[in-house]
Design a binder for this molecule. Sequence first.
Ligand code: FES
Length: 511
Amino acid sequence: MKRDGATISLWQETAQDATFAGANTGDAVFDVLIVGGGITGVTTALLLQKAGKQCLVAEAQNLCFGTTGGTTAHINTFLDTSYDMIRSGFGADAARLIAGATNRSRDLFQQHVEDYRIDCGFEEKDAYLYAVEEKQVAELDKIYTSSREAGVAVEYVDRIPVPVPFLKAIVYRRQAQVHPTRYVQALGKAFEALGGTIFENCPVESVDKKGDLLHVKTGQGVLMAKALVYATHIPPGINLLHFRNAPYRSYAIAVTLNEGVYPNALAYDMFDPYHYYRTQNIDGTNYLIVGGEDHKTAHEANTEACFNKLVAHVRQLFDVAAVTHRWSSQYFEPADGLAYIGHLPGNPDNVYVATGYGGNGITYSHIAAITLTDLLTKGESEYADLFRPERMKPVAGFEAFVKENADVVTQFVAKRISAEKISGFAEIAPGEGRLVSYEGERIAVYKDESGKIYALNPVCTHAKCVVDWNGAEKSWDCPCHGARYDLDGNVLTGPARKNLQRIELEDLAKK
Ligand code: FES
């Protein structure tokens, strides 16, 4: 299984060897074409197919290539946006509605695992949130109270499952965890068994409305559909949603232990960014999975250091035998704290989207699938207003979000200036990428271990920001809306659709 970076996630390495038939569709008209074969796309496709719609999933690479293959797969009834924040921004009813939606998400996972007998390590677990500093205690109390008011089962506890001294802790019962790639691959098979079609290696290049139909130009020809869902994490094109979602990177490692007890629960501290812990048994081996060290995409000069900090953190707490896997992945933080699910602004009525999941992508994937299925089969959903992508709600936190985006511009300019001071390739170490100045031109240069140079125009093809080097994933990442490119400039993740322009070495020599 391929993924969108150089590191190999635990889920990627232990995925099943699944292929999907993707039969010739002729000139069939699909009821719904779903763009993106991650957990949101495949789950939505399955629910719609079950509801009688004829669906096709078009995935640019392979299933779980994006963040689904790099998640840590926590299924929660609480979100990064706490219930007190939801209540203050959207009201008490909204908090209760979202609490109900998170419960439905978990139940849908369980139902799928039972219905399709999926061997994917799905287990119910308790989830502990704990304060280790005095100032975190008041925050924890607020989270406790607002969770109960929203109808979520939570209680104070005096023990937590990780060896961390703490001041106060709460536990949410009946949370869950899953092996995400095995789960999604099995859902894909169930979808195919119901008559659905999955096309892998099928990038969508453009969508045109002709009459009532959408003509979708793809790498495998033109496909026709009555409706389309972008389940691509962030939609392509230039859209309102690119200004309401900020891209972030998160880091995870899997370790085995010499001694000590693997936590039999999910656990979270309250730092910003926070650390999270859980254990997954895969084919008889226990792995402790720890995540954290999040930062805005292309806002960290040394991404390797994020892994090193995470490893040092885990070694302080546990007797680590081996760090078996390390990987990073991307998520999008929504401006007002809630996901955007529904009609894609600026597009025909029959084009939908799900994005802005924050750090709760696995939980939101099934909320999105439920919401989109209702919208596409009944024309309404109880969650439609809450997650409506057109909403404009400047609530607490929005001002900080706008400031954060302003930082992108500031940092972007600064990086250009410093890059131009770099004079040549000789300064670039093997295995390193850098923005360099070459006779007045900015270029993105990577030197591989053998000294081979890969040179690219660093201007992002989405909206012309300048990409920056991500050493841990060996990718070029865009700070503005999160597009990412590989060493050859090929798009790894949207919203860009076009590759970075390559600069041939002979052209460089001529300059
Ligand atoms: Fe929008 Fe690069 S992702 S400019």
